[in-house]
Design a protein. Structure first.
Length: 259
């Protein structure tokens, strides 16, 4: 077995298992102690809560928001890019793609802060903003892949044979784009995790005292030298998930290339 494959799978499975199943093992009425004490498995946090319970409860928001936002960005971005690449006349391509350049010019963290100020805090807002930030990149990558496919003789032959737009633009083009989109997906998920963690760190989308890995890093950093586990453990889990996703996708693409 390839060591990288095993390491990547381990780095993904452990944080995902904690994020998805962890809340089931958190007591309904957890006890509190003094802040930044070492009298529990991982000590206590800045308000005296058990850090281990916070770790178990704090991953679901980060993971689910990142997955949902990435899914929404692909659901919107891939058809947008394909339509722009296949459109006749080419003015449609310009109309669809030029506004995305404006979105790309705005820093993602600024978009997060502005959206939170306008729409208010909340997880649906956070999912929508992260999806909006990723949408232009997904659309541009999809368009670039579809433009290359649109010039292939095979696709031109399908058009001459009278194949429908659905078969040429969706079935054939979508199948041909699969590897490109799969390669991008690993990077996009990692970027979404970074944005969600950054938003939580900034207090956008979740409450300042919520059980959230990124919030734990922010709120407990003042006691880093007193009780480091409250910062180190959630930070390591976020990093492991990001690195593991890239290793898994990279390994999967290499295996597909050899077949």
């Amino acid at each position: 077995m390839n060591p990288l494959k095993s390491v990547g799978a381990f780095l993904v499975v452990v944080p995902l298992a904690l994020a998805l199943a962890g809340p089931l093992f958190v007591p309904d009425d957890p006890t509190r102690g003094a802040p930044f004490m070492a009298n529990a498995l991982l000590g206590t946090d800045f308000v005296g809560r058990d850090v281990w319970h916070q770790v178990l409860a704090g991953g679901r928001t980060v993971v689910l928001v990142a997955l949902l936002a990435t899914a929404f960005s692909y659901v919107a971005g891939v058809p947008w890019g394909v339509v722009a690449a296949m459109a006749r006349p080419r003015i449609v391509d310009e109309v669809l793609m030029r506004p995305l350049d404006l979105l790309l010019a705005v820093p993602s963290l600024l978009v997060l802060i502005l959206a939170a100020a306008i729409a208010g805090p909340g997880l649906p807002v956070l999912v929508g903003v992260v999806a909006l930030v990723n949408f232009p990149d997904v659309a541009r990558i999809s368009r670039a892949a579809a433009v290359e496919i649109a010039g292939r003789p095979a696709l031109e032959a399908m058009r001459l044979q009278g194949e429908t737009w659905w078969r040429t633009s969706i079935v054939y083009t979508g199948r041909s784009m699969a590897r490109t989109l799969a390669a991008d997906l690993g990077v996009r998920l990692t970027g979404a995790l970074y944005l969600v963690a950054s938003a939580s760190f900034l207090g956008v989308g979740v409450a300042p005292d919520a059980a959230d890995w990124a919030v734990m890093v922010d709120r407990n950093r003042v006691g880093l030298f007193l009780q480091p586990w409250a910062v180190v453990v959630p930070a390591v889990l976020i990093v492991c998930l990001s690195v593991g996703l890239n290793l898994v996708f990279d390994r999967a693409l290499r295996a597909e290339a050899r077949t």
